[in-house]
Ligand binder design. Structure first.
Ligand code: GDP
Length: 356
């Protein structure tokens, strides 16, 4: 479960990656390589639960990130970057939207929409080249022996090919379970979820015009979009206390911190939801696949909890906050007892009863 950060040079990828992973990136000499890291999920609900329970230990959920080498003519031509991209589950494309004359732009001017199109065309082209080669091989092999599975695959790949020729990313194609199986192992980049992260100037943080301009292409291409100021985020990260951070955000008029928006979009792209376990010992945020039944969520905590699952006691985060405490919530009868068929919902607070 990994999100890859891609983008043209000098867009703020490294700055953002450092903020997200809390680590410093030192680029070594030699050919550029992907840089792995891990990011805490930023979630205001977690912070409120910590404030409520004052636990001895706090454990945030985490996701893996990888900072991919910048997309330059050379790395694109060699195809190296695509090998790295094919290894991730979702992509975060950092697009430069800030003006700064002291920082060069590979195309000479700042034009976020153009850059989105440029990178998207490269990604489409990659999948086209991959499919072309695979189709050629299949056709050769089918001339020798007729294989049912390969006939099906060839038909699917040809449909995908014409889809790409219409400049449509493959994530827009609905595939059956069987079709998914046929292409599962292929490095098709445009099937991956894509988040556009526009790196805007500090003064433009509350300007929604850019997001309005991309709304059309986002819904047509099934992409998500958000704005962030990598520079502001790196300044926030340098502040010592949570209080200072809150003040800073308030001064800038930021209601929902960008890193929280980004975390939400990443989890959505990865098809994950969060649930919490709470108590005096620990407040812990966990991630599970969307539509997971309670025993599977229990298994994310410990395999014994899944094996010996009896029931889940569920608290709804919003109801807990509305009642102010667990005791008040229970008085109001809002503790729900659920069995093994219960599907965990984002924000659930679970207490698993089990027996081993
Ligand atoms: P990368 O090449 O995409 O990894 O970009 P970097 O994160 O290394 O940033 C390139 C340059 O742009 C650096 O000098 C950053 O300090 C600067 N930079 C990054 N984000 C911002 C921003 O939001 N505003 C401004 N003015 N400069 C930025």
């Amino acid at each position: 479960m990994k999100v890859g950060i891609i983008g043209l040079p000098q867009t703020g990828k490294k700055t953002l990656f450092q903020v997200l992973t809390g680590s410093e990136v030192h680029e070594a000499g030699g050919p550029p390589k992907p840089i792995p890291g891990t990011a805490d999920i930023v979630d205001g609900r977690f912070d409120r639960l910590v404030a409520l329970y004052q636990p001895k230990k706090e454990t945030r959920a985490r996701i893996d990130l990888v900072l991919l080498p910048k997309m330059e003519q050379e790395s694109i031509a060699k195809g190296d970057i695509f090998r790295d991209i094919s290894d991730v589950d979702a992509l975060c494309h950092v697009v430069r939207a800030f003006e700064d004359d002291s920082i060069y732009h590979a195309s000479g001017s700042v034009d976020p929409l153009r850059d989105v199109e440029t990178v998207n065309s490269e990604l489409l082209l990659h999948d086209q080249i991959f499919l072309e080669k695979r189709i050629e091989r299949l056709e050769t092999s089918l001339k020798k022996i007729k294989d049912e599975r390969q006939v099906k695959e060839l038909d699917l790949l040809k449909r995908m090919q014409s889809h790409l020729e219409n400049e449509q990313p493959l994530r827009l194609m609905d595939l059956t379970e069987e079709e998914e199986q046929l292409i599962r192992s292929y490095p098709l980049i445009t099937r991956k979820e894509l988040i556009l992260v526009f790196n805007v100037a500090e003064d433009n943080l509350d300007d929604t015009s850019l997001l309005e301009r991309v709304r059309g292409i986002c819904s047509a291409g099934k992409m998500e979009a958000m704005t962030v100021s990598a520079k502001v985020e790196s300044e926030i990260a340098l502040l010592d206390s949570e209080e200072e951070r809150q003040d800073f955000l308030r001064d800038l008029g930021i209601v929902e911190p960008a890193l929280e928006v980004l975390a939400k979009l990443c989890l959505k792209a990865l098809g994950r939801v969060s649930f919490f376990t709470v108590g005096k010992d620990e407040v812990h945020q966990w991630l599970v696949r969307v539509n997971s039944p309670a025993p599977v969520a229990a298994g994310a905590i410990h395999s014994d909890l899944q094996k010996g699952f009896i029931r889940a006691e569920v608290i709804k985060y919003d109801e807990l906050i509305a009642h102010g405490s667990e005791a008040e919530l229970k008085k109001a009868g809002k503790l729900y007892v659920q069995g093994k068929d219960y599907i965990v919902v984002d924000g659930d607070i679970l207490n698993i009863r089990f027996n081993v």
